[in-house]
Design a protein around this ligand. Structure first.
Ligand code: 5AD
Length: 333
C-alpha cells in the first residue's frame, strides 16, 4: 500500500530542497481531491480542560487563563452564522471534559443539524464509548482526535496524564460507530526526530483516516515548554506534502497553527497537498481565551473578516471554495 518507505520519507524531510515534493503533492491533490477548498467553521465551545499536556495553553495547571463555556444557544447561533457564511460544516471543539453533560451536547448537535443541516464534526477529546455512540445517534458526522505523536515515550512525556493506548482505542471506537474519522500530529515537538515524524506519517496512513491535521508545535509562555524551540513551518509543509502522497484522498487542512507561525504558511500548505481551511466562528469575545498557543491568527479578526480572508486566499491561489459539506473523499473501504 505504501508508496514510500520510512527511509525515503526521512530523505524528503531533510533534503535541501522540496520543490519537487511540493509539486508532486499538489498534482496528487488536484487529481484525487480536485480544486475545491472545503471549509470547516470552528466553534471553540469551551477552554476548560482536565488534562495537563505540557505543550498546551489550555492545560489545567495554567491558572492564569480565565475559563469559559458557551451556552447551547451561543453554540447553535455560531453554527447558524457559519451556515449563512456558506461554510458546509462546523467543528465543535473544546478542551477535554469541557463541562457539558452528554445529554446537553446531544441536544446541541440535534439543534445544529435541524436548523442548519451542516455536517458536524466533534473534537472533544477522549470520551466514554457510550458518549461517542449517543453523539453519533444525535447526528454527529465526524470526529477529530489527534494522536499528536505516535512515539509512545514522547507522548508520555508531553501528555503525562493521558494514555496513548486509550487514545488509540477511542479512534477505533469512533470508526466502529461510523464516524468519518480524523487525527493528526504536531511537527517539531521538543525531542521529536525526523524518524519519529516519518513513523507518524506511516501510522496515520495505516489508519485509513478521512482527515489528517498536521501543524507545527508553537511554544506557549504559560507552559513547561515555554523555552522550547518552535517547530519549523517548512518541515510542517513537507509533512503535509508527504501525507498527501501517502493518503491521496484524505482531507488535509492548512492548519491555523501553520498560519500563525508563518504568514504564508496556509498558502504554502494549500500548494503542497492541503485542501481544507478552518475559519474561526467562535463569538469574538471568547477567542483570545482559546489560546492553545500564542499569536494565533483570527483572534483579533471578526468572523466576517475571517470569511473574507478565506475567500481572498483561495482566489489568490486560483482555487474554488466549496459550499458543500465536504464529506470524506475516500473510496468505499
Ligand atoms: N502548538 C501547536 N499546536 C498545538 N496544539 C495544542 N497545543 C499546541 C501548541 N503549543 C494543537 C494540538 C491539538 C490542537 C487542538 O491544537 O494538535 O490537538
Amino acid at each position: 500500500m505504501s508508496v514510500m518507505n520510512k527511509r525515503q520519507i526521512i530523505e524528503y524531510l531533510s533534503a535541501p530542497d522540496a520543490a519537487a515534493l511540493f509539486a508532486r503533492a499538489d498534482a496528487v491533490r488536484q487529481q484525487c481531491c480536485g480544486d475545491e477548498i472545503y471549509l470547516r467553521g470552528i466553534i471553540e465551545v469551551s477552554n476548560d480542560c482536565r488534562r495537563d499536556c505540557c505543550y498546551c495553553g489550555l492545560r489545567r495547571s495554567n491558572t492564569a487563563l480565565p475559563r469559559y463555556r458557551l451556552t447551547p444557544e451561543e453554540i447553535v447561533a455560531a453554527a447558524e452564522l457559519a451556515a449563512r457564511l456558506g461554510y458546509g460544516s462546523v467543528v465543535i471543539q473544546s478542551g477535554e471534559s469541557s463541562g457539558y453533560e452528554c445529554a446537553q451536547m446531544c441536544r446541541i448537535i440535534r439543534a445544529i443539524k435541524e436548523k442548519t443541516g451542516l455536517a458536524v464534526t466533534l473534537s472533544l477529546g477522549e470520551c466514554a464509548a457510550d458518549e461517542y455512540r449517543q453523539f453519533r445517534e444525535s447526528g454527529a458526522d465526524r470526529y477529530l482526535l489527534k494522536i499528536e505523536t505516535t512515539n509512545r515515550q514522547l507522548f508520555r512525556a508531553l501528555k503525562p496524564d493521558s494514555s496513548w493506548e486509550n487514545r488509540r482505542r477511542c479512534l477505533e471506537e469512533l470508526r466502529c460507530l461510523g464516524y468519518q474519522l480524523g487525527s493528526g500530529i504536531m511537527v517539531g515537538l521538543p525531542g521529536q526526530t525526523l524518524a519519529d515524524i516519518a513513523a507518524d506519517l506511516l501510522q496515520l496512513q495505516a489508519w485509513e483516516l478521512d482527515m489528517i491535521g498536521i501543524g507545527p508545535f508553537i511554544p506557549h509562555p504559560d507552559t513547561p515548554l515555554a523555552g522550547a524551540a518552535p517547530g519549523s513551518a517548512e518541515l510542517a509543509v513537507r509533512a503535509v506534502a508527504l501525507m498527501r502522497i501517502l493518503c491521496p484522498y484524505a482531507h488535509l487542512p492548512a492548519t491555523t497553527a501553520l498560519g500563525s507561525i508563518d504568514p504564508q504558511g496556509r498558502q504554502k500548505a494549500l500548494c503542497a497537498g492541503a485542501n481544507v481551511l478552518m475559519p474561526n466562528v467562535t463569538p469574538q469575545s471568547y477567542r483570545s481565551l482559546y489560546a492553545i498557543y500564542p499569536h494565533k491568527v483570527c483572534i483579533d479578526e471578526t468572523t466576517d473578516a475571517c470569511a473574507g480572508y478565506t475567500h481572498a486566499l483561495s482566489a489568490s491561489l486560483g482555487r474554488r471554495i466549496s459550499n458543500g459539506p465536504g464529506h470524506s473523499l475516500r473510496p468505499a473501504r
